[in-house]
Design a protein around this ligand. Structure first.
Ligand SMILES: Cc1ncc(COP(=O)(O)O)c(C=O)c1O
Length: 466
């Protein structure tokens, strides 16, 4: 594989050719670029793809790659009327959540993200499942609002403690979170979120006008000793938790805290939304059972996503609840989008019921283990000043505390300038962060790239020390 310097220098050289040339000019051939820059054909193709995606060049198979024609200038639209129509009441700023979708430039090593990278997506098996799904009668028809029966049954068996009638299929875990929070709260009420917590959940809560009440997390999960006081002070009726391999901290909630959380939920009559987003991303055996599997009285609203462990494009998740809460969630979901597209549900059901699912899970678990170990070992070796209190037993993220005096946003910018993307920790705190943190993700980064990524981060931090 070519190093990033040669990729970057090829990208620079081609951009210079485009800037100096005219539309329709032919770029040098792949072979000429290979020879001139000492890179492989794959690197040339990947840089050409990048330029083509930016609209700078057009590749014509068999003829070569050409400088793109400049687009005809559009008459500038006058959309100023919209400012009056939209008014000054701007919605909650969700830039932290949108930032999760920023794509780093070519050559930058990603220690960011939240989905499996291409190399771990079971493309062939998923395509086979989709082909079978498309041949099944009724796939293109109307799905039940709650989702396909076979998928609901599968989720119910997997989750335990619920049956298919408790399951609603949603289009990804984000939609499930959004529906659950909206259906179980009213604007102006409080919601208890772990601190730190998933930034997307903080955005959802704020955008519905909820008052976010943080409960701190330590290396054993939510500080349940503080929960009763928070519920009494805020009257919150909903507590959101990620008890397994939490994003961002990697923490798994300890058994006695799980039991205490459920006791408090019963005593205060509150709902516990259990975001089990990383259930199928376990690296080590022995993960505790979900809260939902031991919830006889319907306090737990459970979320389980297939997007995380299978493919970013498989937007399928389950939202489960019991009693009247189920009806509320079902209504809220139906208002949103009626039902998830039949072909996607059928393909997901086919895949998880096939032997490919077990093979895939084993592969993902083994590979995530290799990546996690590479990341933790490199950090310990090259950045011992970063404090890592939890070595995650699953999931995709390592949470690291920066030494005193370092600002997470400054470090993140310096790291990007060195060619590694990491995530500043502050967006994961519902209120003021207690110190600077970085979230370092290994789920999207092949293990071989991780040590180089950490080297770049170490250089950035050393540079800031001056
Ligand atoms: C903790 C957590 N919950 C939910 C989601 C949403 O996931 P999905 O892709 O299933 O919508 C994410 C995505 O990053 C997440 O990290």
């Amino acid at each position: 594989m070519d190093d990033d310097n040669s990729t970057r220098s090829l990208s620079r050289a081609l951009r210079e050719i485009v800037a100096a040339g005219s539309p329709g000019d032919r770029l040098p051939s792949v072979r000429a670029l290979q020879d001139a820059h000492g890179v492989s054909p794959l690197t040339v193709q990947s840089v050409v793809r990048e330029l083509s995606a930016e609209g700078l060049v057009v590749a014509r198979p068999g003829s070569g790659t050409f400088i793109a024609r400049a687009l005809a200038p559009h008459a500038l639209a006058d959309t100023s009327w919209q400012q009056a129509a939209l008014g000054g009441h701007t919605p909650h700023d969700i830039s932290n959540t949108l930032a999760l979708f920023t794509k780093p430039a070519a050559g930058v090593i990603r220690l960011t993200g939240g989905y499996l990278d291409e190399s771990l997506v079971p493309t062939a098996a998923l395509s086979a499942s989709m082909n079978r799904a498309l041949r099944r009668p009724g796939t293109w028809g109307r799905s039940p609002l709650e989702g396909s029966e076979s998928l609901r049954q599968w989720f119910a068996r997997e989750i335990g403690g619920v049956d298919a009638s408790n399951v609603i299929v949603t289009s990804g875990g984000q939609a499930a979170l959004s529906i659950a929070i909206r259906a179980l709260t009213r604007p102006g009420e409080a919601i208890v979120l772990e601190s730190p917590s998933y930034t997307g959940a903080i955005s959802i809560s704020r955008s519905y006008g909820l008052d976010v009440a943080p409960v701190p997390v330590d290396d054993r999960g939510m500080r349940t000793d503080l929960l009763a006081g928070i519920l009494e002070r805020t009257n919150a009726r909903v507590v959101l938790t990620q008890p397994l391999f939490a994003n961002p901290t990697g923490t798994t909630m300890a058994a006695e805290r799980r039991a205490e959380l459920m006791r408090i939920a019963e005593r205060y009559s509150v709902f516990v939304i259990e975001d089990d987003y990383a259930h199928d991303l376990a690296i080590e055996r022995g993960a505790p059972a979900s809260l939902a599997s031991n919830d006889p009285h319907g306090h737990v609203v459970h979320i389980r996503s297939l997007t995380k462990p299978i493919a970013a494009g498989l937007r399928v998740a389950a939202l489960t609840a019991k009693g009247a809460a189920y009806s509320r969630l079902r209504s809220a979901k139906s208002l949103e989008d009626f039902y998830v597209a039949g072909p996607l549900q059928e393909a997901a059901a086919d895949f998880v019921n096939s032997p490919a699912w077990t093979t895939h899970r084993r592969r993902v678990s083994a590979e995530l283990g290799v990546r996690r170990d590479a990341l933790v070992a490199s950090l310990v070796d090259k950045l011992p000043e970063l404090a890592i209190t939890v070595r995650p037993r699953g999931g995709m993220h390592v949470w690291a505390r920066l030494p005193d005096g370092f600002d997470d946003v400054t470090v993140t910018a310096a790291a990007l300038a060195e060619g590694v993307a990491v995530t500043a920790g502050r967006a994961w705190f519902p209120a003021e962060p207690d110190g600077g943190h970085l979230r370092l993700t290994y789920g999207e980064t092949p293990a071989l790239e991780i040590p180089e990524g950490v080297d770049r981060l170490a250089r950035a931090i050393a540079g800031l020390r001056g």
